[in-house]
Design a protein around this ligand. Structure first.
Ligand code: ADP
Ligand code: ZN
Length: 738
């Protein structure tokens, strides 16, 4: 609780450079908390703001706060320094940082979901029996269960209102109202588990970690463990220590929908068993984008009231309003999805490190393929490194074969060796996983007569053909058109889908292996809520023989009977025009390979490629992370790219190409005059047109952060960095450059 003060510092979710001061009226003195939302006058409007601080001072000329909107604060005061730091680091208005952190509807645009209430009925002091039959029935039921909800009573009995009222008057029953928490995970089955005895590697790691967990300070830790080495067990045991100390744990995972197994493992270890479960007592909360607004709002408030010990969530959960944070775990810390691509372009792992520093907690980042920047932090002594070099139970890593597609007949999509391996896997009654990082039926439609292709009118790319829905689709803006029957260019009728996507692979594979049970996992088939979980459970129950999918299939799934993994187009990600293409490809291959042979039987991986000699593929095939890192770091150093340099990308976009380009040229000029950074561009973005806008970028580069910060400061102080009709986005530490 802050000391009282007659002036409040308030942030508003608007592009304002500074926070605002308001006076605290007498009537609100006692109830105004840091972390509450308030209504304040701003100009001629009334807006929603967040209370960040209270102080005493001269309130002359300050307008008063109108109203407090929440009974309980939405975030603890301990989070305010993080918000400030993130706003500063990512060059984003503080109020908008907070709006990004909070569940939707709390920042003034729209209303938050209503709070639901539930009435609970329990036996009262009066232990006698009532006279009426209805009253007796209701009373018997309540006495039997000790506490029931009013809605349960209504389900059981046709008349509840009058008899209940009477029973309460008689003192035989009493009621209380409590919030009804919307939480889709509360009814997830929890089978309890007992911690296994640790492997030697795990034990060693825990011994070194333990003192860091108990000393109450900030420690950045990197857990580098090969796939299947038991990193999750390290997370679980670290958390057990933290909560035994009455502190809290935050677990970040790349995308919850894709990792229901992980959530289950945490629940198995920590969630109360059904018999212990009274309402709202589960100590685990799960926060992710798949929740409804109501579920998200309720979960958030439960965390803000400090009713949970463990929060598991995707990217934005890094802002979860825990106030006694002891550890932040960032699982699969190399994942690009930790970086938000619009608005506040923050990176959840980096934000976790900032938060750990501010709140003095351990930050444990785990991966089989750590990001080069994280690896370099450890190498430079800024993070502690822990290694799990072996799979548990002495299981070998799978054998990986790089299959040179130049040796296969031209146009082959599924090579002979891979289809043979699939057949053998099925014969043995084992399962296979196929990665093809391209959804849809075919990447484009081509006129065989005149060579015409179909492009998105809004974006600078070809449209993907989706066969089942008979549509050509833009994968960036979702523009849709019906494929014409004849070519609009030459009126010929030889329009043909070219190349292969997951939809086509599924169809062709089903023709090849008619008895196989094949399922597909990509954004098209996984649109429905809970679809991932259902499909992954089917795979777990062995109702699926072959799972085909985009990179979704590479995530941390643990299926002991998957013994074959095939990768169809390993080169696709290698040829991206991005300095991280090698790193991404290596990580993707190592991760997907890591799905094979996790059980008793050994696994095999076949990677189809046109570039089998590329070091990223070669190292992935040999499970040689160190080797990859050594070569990749040499390249990065030569070019001054991260981790040897720092980048800020300025992206300008506008409806008119000329105007946008001129604005970029002009801005670059002004930046050059004021700063000492290296400036690349302006140049058209790789996606030079996106959703109807022309796009240009200016890349700022420096060997230390200081000059970049200066440049950003200079930018912030410019009166009008870009003219109207052009918008500017600042991307600090960009992870892709499209
Ligand atoms: P990672 O996260 O490193 O890929 P997991 O944590 O998923 O690895 O562990 C792989 C498998 O090994 C899981 O099925 C897990 O239950 C099991 N496992 C982990 N640690 C142990 C242990 N100490 N003893 C036995 N089994 C373990
Ligand atoms: Zn488009």
């Amino acid at each position: 609780m802050s000391s009282l003060g007659n002036i409040a510092e308030i942030a508003v979710a608007a592009p304002l450079p500074k926070t605002l001061s308001y006076s605290v009226p007498e009537s609100l003195q006692g109830s105004l908390c840091i972390g509450s939302r308030v209504k304040i006058p701003l100009g001629r409007r009334t807006v929603v703001g967040f209370v960040l601080d209270r102080s005493d001072g001269d309130k002359n000329g300050l307008k008063p706060i109108r109203e407090i909107l929440d009974d309980d604060p939405l975030f603890p005061a301990t989070l305010v320094p993080l918000f400030r730091r993130v706003a500063d680091y990512y060059c984003h208005p503080l109020g908008q940082v907070i709006a990004t952190a909070l569940p939707a509807g709390l920042a003034g645009r729209g209303e938050p979901p209503p709070i639901l209430w539930e009435t609970f009925v329990r036996p009262g002091e009066n232990r006698e029996q009532p006279r009426g039959q209805q009253q007796r029935n209701i009373l018997a039921l309540v006495r039997k269960h000790e506490e029931v909800t009013l809605s349960e009573l209504r389900q059981q009995f046709s008349h509840v209102h009058a008899p209940l009222k009477r029973l309460v008057e008689l003192g035989m029953l009493q009621t209380r109202k409590a919030e009804k928490i919307r939480d889709p995970f509360l009814d997830w089955p929890t089978r309890g588990d007992t911690p296994p005895s640790l492997t030697q590697d795990q034990q060693q790691t825990m011994e070194q970690l333990a003192p860091l967990l108990t000393d109450g300070g900030f420690h950045a830790c990197l857990l580098h463990g090969v796939t299947g080495s038991g990193k999750t067990e390290i997370y679980l045991q670290s958390i057990a220590q933290i909560i035994a100390d009455d502190r809290q744990a935050l677990v970040l995972v790349p995308e919850i929908a894709l990792t229901p197994q992980l959530v289950s493992r945490f629940r198995a270890r920590f969630a109360p068993k059904p018999e212990e479960l009274k309402e709202n007592t589960a100590r685990i909360a799960v926060l992710h984008s798949g929740l409804s607004d109501g579920e998200r709002f309720d979960t958030w408030r439960r965390i803000a009231r400090q009713e949970v010990d463990i929060v598991i969530g995707a990217r934005s959960a890094v802002f979860a309003p825990l106030s006694r944070l002891g550890i932040i775990i960032v699982d699969e810390e190399h994942e690009a999805s930790y970086k938000q691509g619009e608005g506040l372009r923050y990176h959840a792992r980096d934000t976790a490190l900032l938060r750990g520093q501010m709140e003095q907690s351990v930050v444990l980042c785990g991966s089989a393929t750590p990001a080069l920047t994280s690896w370099q932090l450890a190498a430079g002594g800024k993070a502690r490194l822990f290694e799990l070099p072996n799979r548990v139970a002495g299981r070998p890593l799978p054998e990986v074969e790089l299959l040179d597609m130049k040796q296969e007949p031209f146009g082959t999509q599924l090579s002979q060796p891979l289809s043979l391996a699939l057949e053998q896997t099925l014969e043995k009654g084992e399962q296979a996983l196929l990665l093809l990082n391209r959804r849809g039926f075919a990447p484009f439609m081509l006129c065989a007569d005149c060579g015409k292709t179909f492009r998105c009118p809004n974006c600078d790319i070809t449209l993907t053909f989706h066969r089942q829905e008979r549509k050509l689709r833009c994968h960036y803006c979702d523009f849709i058109m019906k494929p014409p029957d004849t070519c609009p260019g030459c009126s010929g009728c030889n329009l043909e889908p070219e190349g292969i996507g997951t939809e086509r692979l599924e169809m062709e594979l089903q023709e090849l292996l008619p008895d196989a049970r094949i399922a597909r996992m990509d954004r098209d088939t996984m649109a429905a809520k809970g679809a991932h979980r259902k499909l992954l459970e089917q795979v777990g129950r062995r109702e699926i023989d072959i799972l085909i999918g985009t990179q979704m299939v590479a995530k941390g799934h643990d299926f002991p009977d998957v013994t074959l993994v095939g990768v169809l187009n390993a080169d696709a990600s290698l040829n991206f025009p991005d300095f991280r293409a090698g790193e991404r490809t290596f990580a993707l291959l190592a991760q997907v390979a890591g799905r094979a042979g996790r059980g008793e039987r050994a696994g095999k991986v076949i990677i189809q490629t046109y570039e089998p000699d590329h070091y990223a593929l070669d190292c992935a095939a040999r499970h040689d992370y160190q080797g990859f890192v050594t070569q990749e770091l040499t390249l990065r150093q030569a070019l001054g790219y991260p981790p040897f340099g720092y980048l800020v990308n300025l992206v300008l976009s506008g409806n008119q190409a000329d105007r946008t380009r001129d604005a970029a040229t002009n801005l670059a000029q002004r930046l050059l005059e004021g700063t000492k950074v290296e400036l690349l561009g302006p140049a058209p973005c790789i996606l030079a047109r996106l959703r109807g806008k022309s796009r240009y970028q200016i890349l700022l580069k420096a060997t230390t952060r200081q000059p970049l910060r200066q440049a950003l400061h200079h930018l912030e102080n410019m009166r009008q960095p870009v003219p109207s009709g052009v918008s500017l986005h600042v991307d600090v530490d960009p992870v892709d450059m499209f």
